[in-house]
Design a protein around this ligand. Structure first.
Ligand code: NDP
Length: 302
């Protein structure tokens, strides 16, 4: 068997098409433009690339983008003051503080300072709590992207055995909660899990969010499973070029799975598109616009 490729670039293009239409509709009906503020502290090159890509996508989809670049030695107090300013700014509907933050800044304190209504990264405890409660909320972007890809590939997920490797607040836990809300039977595996390969072999849906280069081998995968590889790991480079691979050994896994996301080009593009979904959703929630169609799933292929 050779697995179907779950093409995140194609899927994100479809999703962005739906978002752009909704943004145009919002402007035409209410003369309101969704605004995304991104805050970057320091000089981490990967973070610069991510933030630039988020801003570019926001503008492409007709949104306003407000970028705040702060020096690496910015104090926590100054960052919190900026967050409070953005909370109060009516043109800003979503606030994204790019992680990781420099070590002298308390990440949790910054995340909890963001107005939950503008928490487009879905990391505020209130957003996480609402997700656990099964209430409508802003869900963190990567997990939302994973869920959309899975539903687009498999349709109804009810009754499927899902194994999520990783239990971070950013990815593992919210992915598990979304799958539970879709009536999957969910196992969350982590670094202390016993016999991880055997646990993985029970999965109809396997989500790997670990950060360990190609850790998941082909013989860990149940024949016919659907595999979502969230991991982003640099390959050792001899020529200075940056090449990325996932947490799953793609070549082996694609001989066993029925469908699999590549790295790059799988979950990554969906993460950015879902940030745009959240910015649009936050804007509509803040204004009380219930008649604008915010995409909740991938639009069908043409
Ligand atoms: P974290 O480091 O926060 O979490 C990693 C998780 O993996 C932890 O729960 C850890 O377990 C678990 N783990 C580590 N080693 C093992 C092991 N040997 N066996 C089983 N479980 C293990 O990472 P994130 O959740 O933030 O990110 C995971 C990956 O996803 C990274 O590669 C990251 O770059 C990528 N990522 C990709 C995104 C995208 O857009 N595509 C967005 C966000 C992240 P324990 O809790 O026990 O320590």
């Amino acid at each position: 068997m050779t697995a179907a490729i779950i093409d995140g670039k194609e899927a994100s293009a479809r999703l962005k098409g739906g978002i752009a239409k909704a943004v145009a509709d919002l402007k035409a009906r209410y003369n309101v433009t969704p605004g995304l503020a991104t805050v970057l502290v320091g000089d981490d090159p990967a973070s610069h690339v991510y933030v630039a890509s988020k801003q570019k996508t926001a503008v492409e989809l007709g949104m306003a983008s407000f970028q705040h670049d702060l020096a690496a030695d910015t104090s926590e107090a100054d960052l919190l003051a900026l967050v409070r300013k953005l909370n109060a700014d009516p043109n800003v509907n979503g606030i994204l503080v790019q992680m990781p933050l420099p070590k002298h800044i308390d990440q949790v304190r910054v995340i909890t300072a963001i107005d939950p209504a503008k928490d487009v990264d879905g990391l505020h405890p209130q957003s996480a709590g609402r997700l656990v409660a099964g209430a409508d909320t802003l869900v963190s972007c990567t997990p939302l992207g994973c869920l959309m890809l899975l539903k687009d590939t498999l349709g109804d997920l009810t009754g499927k055995n899902a194994v999520v490797i990783g239990r971070s607040i950013l990815v593992g836990k919210p992915v598990a909660m979304l799958l539970l809300n879709e009536n999957c039977t969910v196992t969350i595996a982590h670094s202390r899990t016993k016999d991880l390969p055997a646990v993985c072999r029970t999965a109809d849906i396997l989500v790997a969010a670990v950060g360990k280069l190609e850790m998941v081998r082909g013989d860990w995968i149940k024949p016919g499973a659907t595999v979502i590889d969230v991991g982003i790991n640099p390959l050792p480079s001899t020529d200075g070029k940056r090449r990325l691979r996932g947490d799953v050994n793609y070549a082996d896994a694609s001989q066993v799975a029925s469908a699999i996301t590549p790295v790059p080009g799988g979950v990554g593009p969906m993460t950015i598109a879902c940030l745009m979904v959240n910015t649009l959703k936050a804007c509509c929630m803040q204004h009380g616009f219930s008649d604008v169609k915010v995409p909740t799933s991938l639009p069908p292929r043409n």
